[in-house]
Design a protein around this ligand. Structure first.
Ligand code: AMP
Length: 273
C-alpha cells in the first residue's frame, strides 16, 4: 500500500486526477467499460483487484471464484489503464482487524441484503478502505450491481468521502445476458436459458410503461422466470434512488431488480423504466 500511495502522490503532484475502478478481477468487457468510463473523468486510472472474503457468506463461492491476475493485468493495460492494485488478503485485513461498516438505507432494502445478510457490510468496508488508500477523484461502479452502486453512493455521502461515485451501464452478451465473472459456472444448457432473466425484466418494464399495474407485471414476470427454470430470490420494482418498494408508476423513477438461481449459479440483473 505504501507503493500505491507513493505513486499516486507523484501523480497528484504532477496535477493528475485519479480514477479508481474496484473489481474482484476475472475481467470481462463489463469491467473494461468501467475503465473507459473512468478515463472520461480522470487522467490516471487505477484498477483494484481483490476477491474480498468479507462479502462472501460461508458456503458461497469465495474459494471457487475465478482468479486470473496475469490476464487481467494485460487486459487493463490494453485498455489504457495505468496501475493495478492487487493486495494480498493480509494487507487488507491484517491480524487484529476489527472494523466493519453497518449500513441502513439502500443496504437494508430487502433485496440482496435479504439473501446475503453480511454482504453489504463487507462491500462498504472494503470500498471505504480502497477509497482511503487511493483517495481517487472518482470511482466507477457498474449498474449491473445496482444496489451496490446505491450503497456505495450512500456511504460516500454519509461518511464525507471526497471521491465522486459514478455509475456505468451494464454490458451484455448479444443475447442480453449481463456479463459476469460468474457466467463461467453456467452449463451449456443453463447458458441457453440465462438470457431469459433479462428478457423478463425488459418485458416487465415494457408492460408497466404500457399501463399494466406493477403488481400484475411482476406476477407475470415471476411466473415466466420460474417457468424458464430459475429459482427466484426476488423480482421487484423499486424506487430507482431509494430502492423503496413502489406500487404505482407515479411514485418516481422505477428500477426493476431481480436475482435468481439457475442450477448452482446465481444471476442478478436490473433494468430502468
Ligand atoms: P466484480 O468484479 O464483479 O465485483 O465487479 C466489479 C465492478 O464491475 C462492479 O462495479 C460491477 O458492478 C461492475 N460490473 C460487473 N459486471 C458488469 C457488466 N456486465 N457491465 C458493467 N459493469 C459490470
Amino acid at each position: 500500500m505504501a507503493g500505491l500511495r507513493a505513486r499516486l502522490a507523484e501523480w497528484r503532484r504532477a496535477g493528475e486526477t485519479i480514477g479508481l475502478v474496484p473489481t474482484m478481477g476475472a475481467l470481462h468487457a463489463g469491467h473494461i467499460s468501467l475503465v473507459d468510463e473512468a478515463k472520461k473523468h480522470a487522467g490516471k486510472i487505477v484498477l483494484s483487484i481483490f476477491v474480498n472474503p468479507a462479502q462472501f457468506a460461508p458456503g458461497e463461492d469465495f474459494g471457487a471464484y475465478p482468479r486470473s491476475l496475469e490476464a487481467d493485468v494485460a487486459k487493463f493495460a490494453f485498455a489504457g489503464g495505468d496501475l493495478v492494485f492487487a493486495p494480498a488478503t493480509a494487507q487488507i485485513y491484517p491480524p487484529g482487524f476489527a472494523t466493519t461498516l453497518a449500513m441502513g438505507g439502500p443496504a437494508a432494502a430487502g433485496l440482496e441484503d435479504r439473501f446475503r445478510p453480511a454482504h453489504f457490510a463487507g462491500v462498504a468496508t472494503i470500498v471505504a478502505k480502497l477509497l482511503n488508500q487511493s483517495r481517487p477523484d472518482v470511482a466507477i461502479f457498474g449498474e449491473k450491481d445496482y444496489q451496490q452502486l446505491k450503497v456505495v453512493t450512500q456511504m460516500v455521502r454519509d461518511l464525507d468521502f471526497e471521491t465522486r461515485i459514478a455509475g456505468a451501464p451494464t454490458v451484455r452478451e448479444p443475447d442480453g445476458l449481463a456479463l459476469s465473472s460468474r457466467n463461467v459456472y453456467l452449463s451449456a444448457k443453463e447458458r441457453a436459458v440465462a438470457p431469459s432473466l433479462y428478457a423478463a425484466l425488459r418485458r416487465c418494464a415494457r408492460d408497466i410503461s404500457e399501463g399494466v399495474t406493477i403488481q400484475t407485471a411482476l406476477d407475470t414476470a415471476r411466473k415466466t422466470v420460474a417457468a424458464a427454470g430459475f429459482v427466484t430470490d426476488y423480482f421487484e420494482a423499486r424506487h430507482a434512488e431509494t430502492l423503496a418498494p413502489v406500487i404505482s408508476r407515479d411514485e418516481g423513477q422505477i428500477r426493476l431488480l431481480a436475482a435468481a438461481k439457475l442450477g448452482k449459479t446465481r444471476l442478478i440483473d436490473n433494468v430502468g423504466l
